[in-house]
Design a protein around this ligand. Structure first.
Ligand code: FAD
Length: 406
């Protein structure tokens, strides 16, 4: 009898792969193993709607918990995989038991990067990755509280916006001279910084952190490299994530920044797939390999692995996309700005409704759209089909996005 599929990691990618295998008619056993105590859930609301109290816990779940038993998926929560034994095709669990597999999917995601400074162990210093982290954070935000957020990336900025919505003060400390430096262009950084400042968020840019200071075991401030101390009763460390690729490395699977996979999400072992934040994957459109951190990527690779395992045709490649909600701003991003030679802004940032297009010649490579869903949707299509656009029409918001093709 077939031992079926074992999925390590019951997060967005793992949970989706299990459901898709069922949807695609896979009939052998499916075992979904996750170390968190809850069924697969969405992380994006943890810094946005859920943190602000606008979404309840049930709305986070990918599927109702009853779905797994009803679908015949063996969901094992609060269970950690400690080893992959490739020769025997078995995974070892933290309780010492073993689970055999025919096909294995590694969907172990990523963990927050920590800060190598004294004081990170103080009460009130925390990351934001899991629902448990978010519960803790929510309890610490509100009127009278002062948060220092270390890291001016999307999660840090979303947390700052949510902190303001809950009545807390917030200061963002960023090592780079501008926020969003790793992922977005300067025009967007400037816009978001201005918007946050207008909402009362403070910024320390180009600022290192030398120490987190406290009293009686509790955080009281953050000492910057120039010696100044920013007083606070909460520190959110949002300085990026590290892929959980240790199990794969120990099993001898090639890893770079994450587990190396092909366009079917297959690792160097034909019986092992890897999906989601933990992978270093090919991006055909850009002719390079990268590790992506997004729901869209988790879903695309879950489709790739489930299709390959269920014997279905490979799904078509997708244009990578992402989003961020801050205050009344909906930012939608598509594509990646590699090898671009020009940037074109459509609309006026002062109106908080605009889009920044990144082009190679007259082909759109990436779009960053603020409160501009039509620009995002059309931009994503242009990126996918590589259709040239008329720069003149693209720059003119009175010309509809349907008419900007060259
Ligand atoms: P995860 O969801 O991290 O799941 C991995 C799971 O594997 C975890 O539950 C982990 O505990 C478990 N695991 C790890 N090792 C083991 C082991 N040895 N044994 C058993 N279980 C194990 N993306 C967007 O596209 N848009 C957004 O707006 C957005 N906002 C975000 C906001 C926050 C606060 C966070 C934290 C993330 C956000 N993301 C967003 C990113 C998105 O949530 C991730 O890209 C997505 O969750 C990746 O899914 P994954 O399954 O690869 O990893």
């Amino acid at each position: 009898m077939s031992q079926g599929v074992v999925i390590i990691g019951a997060g967005h990618a793992g949970g989706t792969a299990a459901a898709l295998l069922k949807q695609y008619g896979y009939e052998d056993p499916i075992t979904l193993i996750g170390e968190e105590p809850i069924a697969p859930y969405q992380r994006p609301p943890l810094s946005k709607a859920w943190l602000k109290g606008e979404a309840d816990a049930d709305s986070l779940a990918l599927k109702p918990e009853s779905f797994y038993a009803e679908a015949g998926i063996d969901l094992r929560m609060s269970t950690r995989v400690t080893e992959i034994m490739r020769t025997d095709r078995v995974v070892l669990l933290s309780d010492g038991s073993r689970v055999p597999y025919d096909k294995l999917i590694i969907a172990t995601g990523a963990r927050p990067r920590t800060l190598p400074v004294p004081g990170v162990e103080l009460d009130g210093v925390q990351p934001l990755r899991t629902a448990a982290d978010a519960e803790q954070l929510k309890a610490r935000l509100g009127p009278g509280h002062r948060a220092v957020i270390i890291g001016g990336g999307y999660i840090g900025l979303e947390a700052a916006a949510s902190a303001r919505a809950l009545g807390a003060e917030a200061v963002v400390v960023e090592l780079q001279p501008r926020i969003l430096a790793r992922t977005s262009c300067e025009t967007l950084s400037t816009f978001f910084e201005g918007y946050h400042r207008a909402k009362g968020v403070g910024f320390e840019l180009g600022a290192g952190v030398s120490e987190i200071v406290g009293k009686d075991g509790k955080v009281t401030g953050v000492r910057l490299s120039d010696g100044r101390v920013l007083p606070c009763d909460l520190v959110l460390v949002a300085v990026g994530i590290i892929p959980n690729d240790g199990l794969a490395r120990d099993a001898g699977l090639p890893c770079a920044d994450g587990i190396e996979v092909d366009e079917h999400a297959r690792t160097a072992d034909p019986n092992i797939y890897a999906i989601g934040d933990v992978t270093h994957r090919p991006l055909g459109l850009y002719g390079r390999n990268l590790r992506l951190e997004s729901v869209a990527n988790a879903l695309e690779q879950a489709k790739q692995a489930a299709s390959a395992i269920a014997g279905r045709p490979a799904p078509p490649p997708e244009v990578t996309w992402n989003w961020s909600d801050q205050y009344d701003l909906k930012l939608q991003l598509a594509g990646l700005a590699f090898d671009v030679d020009r940037q074109l802004v459509r609309g006026d940032p002062a109106s908080a409704k605009f889009a920044i297009f990144h082009l190679k010649g007259n082909e759109i490579q990436a779009v960053e759209a603020v409160n501009a869903p039509a620009e995002f949707m059309a931009g994503r299509q242009f990126i996918g089909n590589r259709k040239p656009v008329s720069l003149e029409k693209l720059a003119d918001p009175s010309v509809s996005m349907k008419e900007v093709a060259a």
